[in-house]
Design a protein around this ligand. Structure first.
Ligand code: 1PR
Length: 539
């Protein structure tokens, strides 16, 4: 390839940059990896997708001399695009495990979103709108459209840095969503995860001349959108093929003589379809991961690799994330399992059973060991990369004092007229009930470092009768991290219902999408009609 189609990438090996690589290849560019500071100085165009935490990133930049090279490159006004942490590192310092000194190119300190002041959930996860200033050509196609953010720290616009700020975003307060001076750009959001709008940002940076000057039709984005997530429960069927399946209350076998595993399609094909249809995120759950070792289950890794090649929205993968000793006696830590998932294209991992054990332990001892998979993965990759999936089952009681768990008054009484219920957590795909409620679990995992909760409900799963809004309300009112409502969606109205009656940040569905009963687009259109902010994909 000619130098016109080469982009230099600064990847210091801290996490998933597969998505940005895939996006660049998709746009017809080949990638040259930075090996030495000289490679930075010699780049024609440089992309710096910062991942992980601020302090370790600065450490690497300082030790390798890359930091100095970066500063020189930027001072010389060479084409630069920083992404996420790649924006934050340009500032004077960060409060993330700090204060820690940054590259000092832009005046200001990077601080944490203040959840108490803004009444907001931290991390800031999801599709938000930008207020774009004048000198921001790479954002020309964004207009009033949503782009994808995932972060807990942000820089604030000030008098000292106002010449740099090219757009701001509102989340409890106004923060810097992009900077630009001459050929130097950086964005706090993830263009490689922002669908077609995001790809257009990359395209305009990579090839400013070829981009059309035509402004897009205006979108309607004004604030953080409610997300609509498509979920693929994946397992190997009896023939040995990896299939997307779907249970009724977690039972995935057909009610026929053969009793085979229900087969609703191929994981990669379905994920691509949902991306095209406008899904804001895609989750893969390896539902037999609790008994089969996921790194032995290479197909799941392949699914992520293939999917991330041309699906440019966030991908979550769950199932089997825990420490494991295989048949030969080799020990794998949960961190290794997660690392492999991240390397293969996952943006977030989701922990089910192992988080239940960790929460039980934490509640019993009152102390954090730091050793659970949840704590370790969250420490290394940040809490925004760790979802806890809860699989609760409703247990009716007559009296709130009957059990030592959080009990709520239910909207619909139980079979014997019970007016109360608690939600018992389960492990191993709903097979075993544990002595802990969904409420207790949610509070505990938030403290242990979960960045988001995927809230299923076994009673509602596959029933198409709507989400359990009692449960979703209980949990989304009790934690400060985003909650994804799951299980039971049957119509577009079920989505507006859960968003109007609870504080859920996202709603997830499986069956209605797989069976093509309700297209994602209809869900979005219905939510728009109800004046609920959603992301509408760029045509
Ligand atoms: O315990 O860390 O190995 O994780 C296992 C993961 O697999 C958990 O996230 C758990 O929720 C999931 N899982 C295990 N068994 C099943 C099963 O169905 N037999 N699936 C299962 C969970 C629930 C949702 C489903 C929604 C929406 N499925 O994924 O997609 O309920 O469905 P609907 O819209 O059709 O109602 P670990």
């Amino acid at each position: 390839s000619t130098s016109d189609s080469v982009v230099t990438l600064l990847d210091y090996g801290a996490g998933n940059v597969r998505s940005i690589r895939n996006a660049l290849r998709h746009l017809g560019f080949s990638i040259k990896d930075v090996q030495t500071p000289g490679d930075i100085l010699n780049a024609d165009r440089l992309i710096f997708p910062g991942v992980g935490a601020f302090a370790p990133a600065m450490d690497v930049l300082n030790k390798t001399g890359m930091g100095e090279a970066l500063c020189t490159y930027i001072e010389n006004d060479r084409p630069f695009l920083g992404i996420c942490l790649g924006l934050q590192l340009l500032f004077d310092s960060s409060e993330e495990n700090g204060p820690v000194k940054g590259l000092g190119v832009i005046p200001g300190t990077v601080g944490r979103f203040d959840s108490s002041a803004g009444g907001i959930r931290v991390p800031h996860i999801g599709w938000n709108a930008l207020q774009v200033g004048n000198a921001s050509d790479i954002l020309d196609d964004v207009g009033n459209r949503h782009v994808y953010f995932v972060h807990s720290y942000r820089a604030i616009p000030s008098n000292e840095n106002k010449d740099w700020v090219s757009s701001t975003c509102h989340y409890g307060e106004s923060f810097i969503s992009s900077i630009r001076r001459g050929n130097v750009h950086a964005v706090q959001f993830h263009p490689e995860k922002s669908g077609e709008v995001g790809l257009s940002v990359l395209r305009r940076f990579l090839d400013p001349k070829s981009s059309s000057k035509q402004k897009p039709e205006e979108g309607k984005a004004s604030k953080l959108a409610k997300r609509v997530i498509a979920c693929l429960d994946v397992r190997t069927n009896d023939k040995g093929d990896l299939v997307v399946t779907k249970g009724d209350q977690y039972d995935v076998r057909e009610q026929s003589n053969e009793n085979e595993v229900r087969n609703l399609g191929k994981p990669v094909d379905l994920a691509r379809q949902y991306y095209k249809d406008g899904a804001d995120e895609i989750s893969f759950l390896n539902i037999t991961g609790f008994r089969d070792f996921p790194l032995g289950d290479l197909p799941m890794i392949q699914v992520l690799r293939y999917t991330s090649e041309n699906v440019f929205v966030p991908l979550t993968v769950g199932g089997g994330i825990r420490d494991f000793t295989d048949a030969t006696g080799r020990y794998y830590s949960s961190l290794e399992v997660a690392a492999e998932y991240f390397r293969s294209g996952a943006d977030k991992i989701s922990i089910g059973s192992d988080a239940v054990y960790a929460a039980e332990e934490f509640i019993k001892s009152g102390a954090k060991t730091g050793k659970s998979s949840l704590e370790q993965i969250s420490r290394v990759y940040g809490n925004q990369a760790v979802v806890v999936s809860i699989d609760p089952r409703r247990v009716y009681v007559n009296d709130p004092d009957d059990v030592p768990y959080k009990v709520i008054k239910v909207t619909n009484p139980g079979p014997n007229g019970e007016e109360y219920a608690w939600y018992q957590c389960t492990v191993s795909g709903g097979r075993e009930g544990r002595p802990i409620g969904a409420y207790e679990l949610a509070k505990a995992v938030e403290e242990l470092g979960a960045g988001e909760i995927l809230l299923n409900c076994i009673d509602c799963d596959g029933q198409g009768k709507g989400f359990d809004t009692d449960l979703v309300k209980l949990i989304s009112d009790s934690v400060g991290i985003p909650v994804i409502a799951s299980s039971g969606a049957g119509t577009p109205e079920h989505f507006s219902e859960v968003f109007e009656t609870t504080n859920a940040s996202a709603a997830l569905a499986a069956g209605i999408f797989h069976r093509k009963e309700v297209p994602i687009q209809s869900v979005k259109e219905h939510l728009l009609e109800k004046s609920i902010e959603v992301r509408i994909k760029m045509q």
